[in-house]
Ligand binder design. Structure first.
Ligand SMILES: Nc1ncnc2c1ncn2[C@@H]1O[C@H](COP(=O)(O)OP(=O)(O)OP(=O)(O)O)[C@@H](O)[C@H]1O
Ligand SMILES: [Mg+2]
Length: 248
């Protein structure tokens, strides 16, 4: 079980995250929803100790998560990755293994096989020698999904994996999530607009600095909760989707 308790982040006077608590069982796919600036990225980073927290703890199984980071695969939001870094697709995915091997040991056949399987799974093997910066946004997203797979982690944190991807890439990502869930992994995925994919989630966390709601997508996507999260800025189609299409 993954437990986040009272997690809060303060960026020199700006509230990034306001005392958020939740638990996730193995085999659950949990979505995070909230407007721009809601603290989705901040929450994922705070869980890993990548930003200083003002309060809270994050535990997994026997102890603090930040002491077990090898069990976590984290894919940051695209805007936070340096795409000019001169590294091939193959080596991006291999990084998931070298971190475990140590930088100075050559990866053996087992590591190569894991990397190949991961790239095959996201249909990116044909681009393995390309520099990551030369790929399209959706292709880059798939490569980072492959890197997460190659890490063979227990917990997967994805920050906006669907941003700017086409239907095919979206379908591959959703299939992989399904497979990981059925293997008993924990998945926590942020998205600023889940659309029809809401129905794939076991649970949804609605965030706007504080945790506004936590439950099944149907329980969370009420007009009252959405009003609390988005205020007056929300477009009506989101309500209509909830009422008429998604949960019939
Ligand atoms: N490094 C930082 N220094 C200061 N303030 C920050 C920093 N990073 C984020 N913030 C602020 O913290 C709040 C939460 O930002 P965060 O990036 O976590 O939101 P988000 O939900 O991921 O937004 P988006 O949908 O745009 O990705 C915002 O008010 C943001 O301006
Ligand atoms: Mg973000």
């Amino acid at each position: 079980m993954l437990e986040v308790r009272n997690l809060a982040v303060n960026y020199r006077g700006v509230c990034g995250l306001d005392h958020v608590s939740f638990k996730i069982e193995p085999g659950q796919l949990v979505g995070i929803l909230g407007p721009n600036g809601a603290g989705k990225s901040t929450m994922l980073k705070a869980m890993l100790g990548l930003v200083p927290v003002s309060s809270g703890l994050v535990n997994y199984c026997t102890g603090p998560l930040h002491q077990q980071l090898e069990r976590v695969a984290y894919v940051p939001q695209r805007s936070q990755i340096d795409w000019d870094y001169p590294i091939t697709v193959w080596n991006v995915v291999m990084m998931a293994r070298t971190r475990q091997l140590g930088w100075f040991r050559r990866p053996g056949r087992a590591a190569q096989e894991i990397v190949k399987t991961a790239l095959d799974r996201v249909e990116m093997t044909h681009l393995k020698q390309r520099r990551i910066g030369e790929l399209s946004g959706g292709q880059q997203q798939r490569v980072f999904l492959a890197r997460a797979l190659a890490q063979q982690a227990d917990i997967f944190l994805f920050d906006e994996p669907f941003a700017g991807v086409d239907k095919k890439t979206e379908a591959i990502i959703l299939e992989v999530f399904e497979e990981l869930r059925s293997q008993g992994k924990i998945l926590l995925v942020s998205n600023h607009d889940w659309g029809q994919s809401l129905t794939r989630l076991d649970r949804l966390l609605l965030l706007n600095q504080r945790l506004i709601a936590d439950g099944s997508p149907q329980e969370v996507m009420t007009p009252e909760n959405l009003q609390s999260a988005y205020g007056g800025s929300l477009q009506t189609p989101l309500y209509q989707d909830v009422d008429t299409n998604l949960f019939c």
